[in-house]
Design a protein around this ligand. Structure first.
Ligand SMILES: [Ca+2]
Length: 116
């Protein structure tokens, strides 16, 4: 059997439509409706993901900024053990949260760049 030429591949690509799920070369109204529904879901998912990431970044940032205050409060209300544990955890906690926040803003910056 002959190998498909570049022209064959180009023709197959041109005939292909992502909405044509049964591959008959036509997009029926059902296929179109399904395709649009699928696209809508995709957009909703991407939107929900962005919201979740944004919430997570803000939550991390708030935790980072409130951390010293929480240590102080624990100390003031006499929870010395809690204050000590929080103090011991601080190094790991700050690095982890900084990584989360950096990853979030890094991803945002990458997405903002136009695709080549
Ligand atoms: Ca079809």
């Amino acid at each position: 059997m002959a190998e498909p030429t570049k022209e064959d591949i180009a023709a197959a690509r041109a005939a292909y439509h992502p909405a044509d799920s049964n591959g008959d070369g036509k997009v029926s109204p059902e296929e179109e409706a399904m395709y649009l529904e699928f696209k809508r879901k995709e957009l909703e998912d991407a939107d929900a993901m962005r919201d979740a990431q944004r919430k997570m970044a803000w939550f991390s940032l708030a935790g980072m900024l409130l951390y010293p205050a929480i240590v102080l409060i624990a100390n003031l209300i006499g929870m010395d053990q809690a204050a000590k544990i929080l103090g011991d955890m601080a190094a790991v906690y700050f690095v982890s949260v900084a990584a989360i926040v950096a990853a979030f803003f890094g991803a945002q910056a990458m997405q903002a760049k136009p695709k080549k």
